[in-house]
Design a binder for this molecule. Sequence first.
Ligand code: BTN
Length: 269
Amino acid sequence: MTRGEPMEPLSKRRIWNALARLETGPFGANVHYYPRIGSTNDVARELAASHAPEGTLVIADEQTAGRGRMGRRWEAPPNTGLLMSLIFRPRLSPADVHRVVMVCGLAVAEACEASGAAPVAVKWPNDLQLGGKKFVGILPESAIMGDRLAWVIVGIGVNVNQVFTPPDPLYETATSLRMVTGSAHDRAALLARIMSRLNEWYGYLHDERLLEAWRERCTTLGQVIRARTAEGVVKGKAEEIDLSGALWIRDEAGKRHRLTASEVTLLRT
Ligand code: BTN
């Protein structure tokens, strides 16, 4: 679906107009929009530390220092993707922080499917894929106070209108909504749909249904994977995702290993 002017910069007004059409609860009630910024996660961290309310959205048309997981960079040409960070203040123990990632991942997956790109799959721990190629990355960062999470920032990068062509090495591994559906998308409308689904899924933060929906989409389950952990490289068949979002694999000797999202890098098999 194409509405508005997909390749134009966002603006606070465009964002507000789109959000006003849907029920999004606290998500996007406070919007910090930047045409160009280092990293939306950095701004969101500062806001979270200064007591910004849950649901605060930081969004940019361009990042000059976009971060990915494991020290990687996240790059997107200006005005092509959704580059945003959200502030959460969940009543969760630090070990369960991945549940907030599941909430965000499911919201983005459903919003993108409503835009005609389906089915969206989860590659554990944090990626969303279309046709086996990544189009969404999620970067959670959190602060702990006592035995609770003080805040969680979830940075989300969605490839919306990018077009990857050979010889760009990303062509092999990455895709976008536009590449899959064949048309450009209104990023403000997509953002509003994400906020609306987020408002719904956040209500399931402590509910088993969150995990069920995540597992259903997770194509890592059943695959043989290799991962670098604090104890070295482990290889085994992915069997289960537990309530905290950790992945259990069974190696050839029958030994089970618990992989947590924050401590593990998946390697090529
Ligand atoms: C990954 O797959 O490695 C996670 C990528 C997360 C990218 C997003 S873009 C918006 C937010 N700001 C950042 O600097 N990173 C996240």
